[in-house]
Design a binder for this molecule. Structure first.
Ligand code: ADP
Ligand code: MG
Length: 316
């Protein structure tokens, strides 16, 4: 069986590809990484625990893509470009060599996809798999949750509810549907689009806990209210086929883990936003408006619409 040092050499040192730009002053393999940049550095760290964030049966490929993409989603929401990440692992000693090999190869593919190498990390053992990814991105001016203004349009990228339906499939509670499973394990955070829109958008957040919870964070931080017509929520054909309409709506509103971005922007920019999104091959949908007051008001056919759930919270 390979030791810790061998594994790091074999599986993690090669993950310094593709080369970070700008290059690190001291790369991986020393006591610490050293970097230098003139731009604003944006950092976010996320931990995923087997049995909590993904089922124990998840494949190494699924775990790798989910860990990287959910972390990249935070960079997208800040309007930052991925620069590099660091990786802390707790891996049970019972995991076979083949698991490490597949996990490393899957990470290498993610590195290419996001043009984001792994420049450091830590590897230990423990009772359950834990994957912690800290992403580092660069931007001129970070986009925040607190900049929404009355009169802004509210936009959402991609579709909502697919990942929650995918989780139900992964847990064996619903029949297999490849596109929905893919939405759970390999979301597509709209990085390049949000980098471009960061000079136009007023506020943004990634949809990780469900639209109701996450748009709620924007209105709280921005001291304003929001009105959203539920009939305008983008639902995929796959979700509409797999679930009854009311069920699909409820997953879209409170399901979470879509890792799309919800952003607000002046109504005057609407046609520019649609054109820019098309250039980045991202579907954007206007779902409502920022209004005076506080809280989120949902409507259906112009009448108030109520949801029973608020979104995912680990502590309640
Ligand atoms: P230290 O004892 O100084 O913390 P380690 O033995 O933990 O060093 O790690 C040795 C080197 O291997 C470090 O440069 C570290 O960045 C790298 N490394 C360890 N685990 C990982 C990993 N999972 N991914 C990437 N690099 C790793
Ligand atoms: Mg260490």
């Amino acid at each position: 069986m390979a030791g810790e040092f061998d594994r790091i050499q074999r599986y993690f040192m090669p993950l310094q590809q593709p080369p970070a730009r700008p290059a690190p002053v001291v790369g991986n393999g020393d006591d610490a990484l050293a970097v230098r940049t003139d731009q604003t550095l944006v950092m976010s760290i996320d931990t995923a625990v087997a049995g909590t964030h993904f089922p124990h049966e998840a494949t190494p490929e699924q775990i790798a893509s989910k860990a990287i993409r959910s972390a990249v989603s935070d960079l997208a929401a800040m309007g930052a470009s991925p620069w590099f990440y660091t990786l802390a692992l707790v891996v049970p000693t019972t995991y076979p060599e083949d698991w490490w090999d597949r996990f490393g190869q899957a990470l290498a593919l993610e590195n290419q996809y996001w043009q984001m190498p792994c420049l450091g990390g830590d590897t230990t053992t423990g009772p359950s798999l834990v994957v912690t990814v800290q992403v580092h991105g660069l931007c001129e001016r970070p986009l925040t949750r607190s900049g929404a203004q009355v009169g802004d349009d509210i936009w959402i990228t991609g579709t909502l509810g697919d990942a929650a339906a995918g989780l139900a499939i992964a847990l064996g509670q619903a029949p297999e549907q490849a596109a929905l499973t893919q939405a759970f394990y390999a979301p597509e955070p709209p990085v390049s689009l949000m980098v471009e829109l960061s000079s136009i958008a007023h506020a943004a957040i990634d949809v990780s806990d469900g639209l109701v919870a996450d748009l709620g964070h924007i209105v709280d931080a921005s001291h304003c209210g929001a009105q959203v017509a539920v009939e305008s929520l983008p639902l995929s054909a796959e979700l509409k086929q797999a679930r009854a309409h009311s069920d699909a709506l409820s997953l879209a509103l409170t399901g979470g883990e879509d890792y799309s971005t919800c952003f607000t922007a002046p109504a005057s920019q609407a046609s520019d936003i649609v054109a820019t999104a098309r250039n980045h091959q991202v579907v954007v949908t206007r779902i409502g408006a920022i209004v005076a007051g506080k809280g989120l008001r949902l409507t259906q056919g112009g009448k108030p619409y109520f949801t029973d759930r608020k979104g995912y919270d680990h502590f309640v």
